[in-house]
Design a protein around this ligand. Structure first.
Ligand code: 5GP
Ligand code: MG
Ligand code: MG
Length: 180
């Protein structure tokens, strides 16, 4: 496995696991009085590793779906352009939706996704992100379930990439390599 450029660990596998377990309990608790099936939506590709671990910690009936939004290209700066590359298969109208994201940075991408989802008339919409970089925020995002706030560093691993690399790295590290 090539982990070059990801030497500084920000979150170990054990720390990630504790966070995911805690988020799973919070989400389970939140929906405990609902007998409705949840729809848990992962934003690809970054959330796929987190989503896989998280859904197994949520003790509530659910279905899962995915959506691919393009935002970044291969760089480390948000372009502000957002487009649906792959839409959901399922209808979310009148359903309890939990949107799962890997990281909320400027909030530009995510705020647009939220608007798009809200436009489809869900019964409720809750937001879960593993990581948040509050110091980078340009658009306010109401996060219901936040794993951990991190400093302004470009991180990779556990699903997060740089130019599609490092998604398979099992921990989260700071990317220190060349950015272009
Ligand atoms: P935002 O629109 O909030 O600025 O950024 C949204 C997307 O940018 C995230 O879902 C993620 O794909 C990417 N992103 C933001 N910060 C980072 C980071 O530190 N590392 C990686 N790998 N991706 C990031
Ligand atoms: Mg993402
Ligand atoms: Mg990316």
């Amino acid at each position: 496995m090539n982990e070059q450029g990801l030497k500084k660990t920000l979150l170990s596998q054990e720390e990630i696991s504790e966070i995911v377990t805690r988020l799973g309990s919070e989400i389970t608790e939140h929906y405990k009085n609902s007998d409705k099936e949840l729809i848990v939506i992962g934003l690809l590709r970054g959330s796929f590793v987190f989503m896989a671990d998280l859904v197994r910690e949520i003790k509530h009936p659910m279905i899962t779906d995915f959506m691919t939004i393009s935002s970044y290209g291969d760089g480390t700066e948000s372009t502000g352009d957002v487009k649906i590359v792959m839409d959901l298969d399922e209808s979310i109208t009148d359903r309890d939706v939990l949107l799962v994201e890997d990281i909320i940075d400027t909030g530009n991408t995510f705020s647009k996704v939220i608007r798009l989802i809200e436009g489809r008339g869900p019964a409720s919409l809750r937001i879960c992100t593993l990581l948040s970089k509050p110091s980078r925020r340009q658009v306010e995002v109401d996060i219901d379930f936040c794993g951990i706030e991190i400093p302004d560093e470009f991180v990779c691993g556990y699903g997060l990439d740089f130019a599609q690399k490092f998604r398979n790295v099992p921990y989260i590290g700071i990317y220190e390599g060349p950015v272009d």
